[in-house]
Design a protein around this ligand. Structure first.
Ligand code: DX5
Ligand code: ZN
Length: 232
């Protein structure tokens, strides 16, 4: 049994492949393969070329994928003006919308309220330089917190270790204050980093290249689950 398995049961973990790392020339097939391979959620990274130096995934594209799968859509908005686009992502089929704490075009509480008003779950993400304590005033209002372990914008980057301390801080705070908040990991999550991520409290694991760049999606997803209780 590895250390992750001692603290988190396999069935408590959710694996969320990040479509950003998929083969875009055959996107529909990729979505169906990943569901068949045992994914729990589909993580959809949305980028505006301003908040982050890359462009990705429009509401129209996400909407076109919605009929292809039963997987919940976990939409990660890396946008300078998310408030202008939230309705379109709800319409596209988002089950949870995560916005960044660094957004300053709208007060964070207003963004949280806007997302909640549509009855979808709300997440708050933090870029690596952002202090984790900054999220405190919002913890009772959100379903999920994501202390990112890479600079947002691209798949395939190396895991930044300070994210583990943020996860641990969140884990203690959530326990101490008896909050109902899930910790998500996103960025550089793979078979080498997963045990530490889970040991520090993350229970939704986003992985892009570790899954979509592998030859066997099912095996790649299994590698991210605690080894004590394999899932078939
Ligand atoms: C980065 C995105 C991630 C990314 C993860 O801005 O938020 O979801 O696709 O990719 P990997 O797992 O390859 O780091
Ligand atoms: Zn993401």
């Amino acid at each position: 049994m590895n250390s992750a398995a001692m603290v988190t049961r396999s069935e408590d973990l959710k694996i969320a492949p990040s479509l950003l790392a998929a083969d875009f020339s055959r996107l529909a097939a990729e979505v169906q393969y990943i569901e068949d391979a045992g994914a729990d959620l589909l993580h959809l990274d949305v980028m505006d070329g301003h908040f982050v130096p890359n462009l990705a995934l429009s509401p129209g594209l996400i909407k076109s994928l919605r009929p292809l799968t039963q997987l919940p859509f976990d939409v990660h908005l890396m946008l300078t003006h998310p408030q202008e686009h939230i309705p379109a992502f709800v319409e596209a089929g988002a089950d949870r919308i995560t916005v960044h704490l660094e957004v300053n075009s709208t007060p964070i509480l207003a963004l949280i309220d806007q997302i909640k008003s549509y009855g979808v779950e709300v997440g708050l993400a933090l870029c690596p330089p952002t202090k984790v304590e900054t999220v405190s005033p919002f913890l009772s209002q959100v379903d999920l917190v994501l202390p990112m372990s890479v600079s947002p914008g691209f798949s395939g980057q190396s895991f930044q270790l300070p994210a583990l301390e943020k996860m641990d801080w969140l884990k203690q705070k959530i326990k101490r204050d008896n909050l109902s908040v899930t910790i998500q990991a996103d960025g550089g999550v793979n078979s080498d980093t997963v045990a530490a991520v889970v040991a520090n409290g993350a229970t939704i694991l986003v992985a892009g290249s570790a899954i979509f760049k592998s030859d066997d999606y099912h095996a790649a997803i299994q590698e991210l689950r605690p080894s004590s209780s394999p899932r078939e």
